[in-house]
Design a protein around this ligand. Structure first.
Ligand code: PLP
Length: 415
């Protein structure tokens, strides 16, 4: 890295600062993770120099012999992991993958039925401030207000009433298992395409801790940088009947040249996710989430749906008398990183919120287990109970540093 330090010390120092921050704080943001050094190396490689519009064997420019090798490996591996008939590994991000998926199977103005966003959906599932809410008609289903869980009677009723062209499942803040078969049955009943956006749970699916969306889904999108632990980016998978439409929607429909370095890194990530060790990783993510959830509930915190089946939990802070925004700031002052999040029936705005979302994928990558999760639950309780008291924050911050030092991050990096 001597090159960057000499050429651009300002950026070098920003990156060094970020590595230090990642090493010295507890990362509980459910959508973040730490890639392997192999993924980092592939993502920082010379494939960034190449133009390769098109697909393997059918490129617009010459010189794509090795780019084709990487993209074919990425496609073959991800198809194998998810039992997919077809995969497109070129989408730059989860949001662009969703746009491309909609373009592939819907007409502008068609109707999408998705989860109400404040209950766990994603911006790209129909928010009025997002392209999805502007290009398509959007109808929403809701969680059961009592249990905080998906309510298939209500979803079916909404589908029959709204007659959408697409029913969308897969979420950003839903702590429970998703029944893809039930979604497919409802979609079939109303003649809708069933799409699953598994961005958050892809790693759990790959590791055998969450059921697969195929063979039920018609089209599946996922990011590669959340539980899957790869580079920032995304993938679209689909049944063979949509393969051509998906490929056309990605290129030339939406994107120009693919990010070949990112695709190489995706291939590395998929290779890692196919290894037996990844099953152990996915298992531990879930065990850690359960341990953290139990510790918090034991300390009187209310969790939406009363717990978790996956990698994340939503803490409803209303019974603790503080907002999500306050908790996020207090936790950050003590070296604990999490994000404020809407909870069902939230009376606060998305900028304030009544909840925080906590996830275990990143800390599990560092090697932490149930014991550490219980310790962290205790820290969170002390911070929230003290209402962000500076002395408590300073004390906890010292404990956070000591805990981080016991689980070194990227010890091989010289930075
Ligand atoms: C994170 C996420 C996305 C978007 O991913 P970006 O890469 O940030 O665009 C899409 N859908 C769901 C459900 C997500 O959680």
């Amino acid at each position: 890295m001597g090159f960057l330090e000499k050429r651009d010390p300002e950026i070098f120092n920003a990156i060094r600062g970020e590595i230090g921050r990642q090493r010295g704080t507890l990362e509980l943001i459910a959508s973040e993770n730490f890639t392997s050094l192999a993924v980092l190396e592939a993502q920082g490689c010379v494939m960034t120099n190449k133009y390769s519009e098109g697909y393997p064997g059918k490129r617009y420019y010459g010189g794509n012999e090795f780019i084709d090798v990487a993209e074919n490996l990425a496609r073959d591996r991800v198809k194998k992991i998810f039992n997919a008939e077809h995969a497109n590994v070129q989408p730059h991000s989860g949001s662009s993958a969703n746009m491309e998926a909609y373009f592939a199977v819907l007409k502008l103005g068609d109707k999408i039925l998705s989860l109400f966003l404040p209950e766990g959906g994603h911006l790209s599932h129909g928010s009025p401030v997002n392209f999805s809410g502007q290009f398509y008609k959007i109808a929403h289903y809701h969680l059961d207000p009592e249990t905080g869980m998906l309510d298939f009677d209500a979803i079916r009723k909404a589908a029959l009433a709204e007659k959408p062209q697409m029913i969308l499942c897969g979420y950003s803040a839903y702590p429970r298992t998703v029944d893809f078969k039930a979604f497919k049955e409802i979609a079939d009943e109303v003649g809708a395409v069933m799409m699953a956006d598994v961005a958050h749970i892809a790693g759990l699916i790959a590791g055998g801790e969450h059921p697969h969306p195929f063979p039920y889904a018609d089209i599946v999108t996922t990011t590669t940088h959340k539980t899957l632990r790869g580079p920032r980016g995304a993938v679209i998978m689909c049944r063979e009947k949509y393969a051509q439409a998906v490929d056309k929607a990605v290129f030339p429909g939406m994107q120009g040249g693919p990010l070949d370095h990112a695709i190489a890194a995706k291939a590395v990530c998929f290779g890692e996710a196919m290894k037996p060790e990844f099953r152990g990783y996915a298992r531990q993510i879930v065990l850690n989430a359960k341990a953290l959830a139990d510790e918090l509930m034991g300390r009187g915190f209310k969790l939406v749906s009363g717990g978790t089946d996956n990698h994340l939990m939503l803490v409803d802070l209303r019974s603790k008398g503080c907002t999500g925004k306050e908790a996020q700031v207090w936790l950050e002052a003590a070296g604990v990183t999490a994000n404020k999040n809407m909870v069902p029936n939230d009376d606060k705005s998305p900028f304030v919120t009544s909840g925080i979302r906590l996830g275990t994928p990143a800390l599990t990558t560092r090697g932490m287990k149930e014991g550490e999760m219980r310790e962290i639950g205790g820290m969170i309780d002390r911070i929230v109970a003290s209402k962000g008291d500076a002395a408590v924050a300073a004390k906890v911050k010292g404990e956070v540093s000591a805990l981080c030092a016991r689980f070194p991050l990227y010890p091989e990096l010289e930075w």
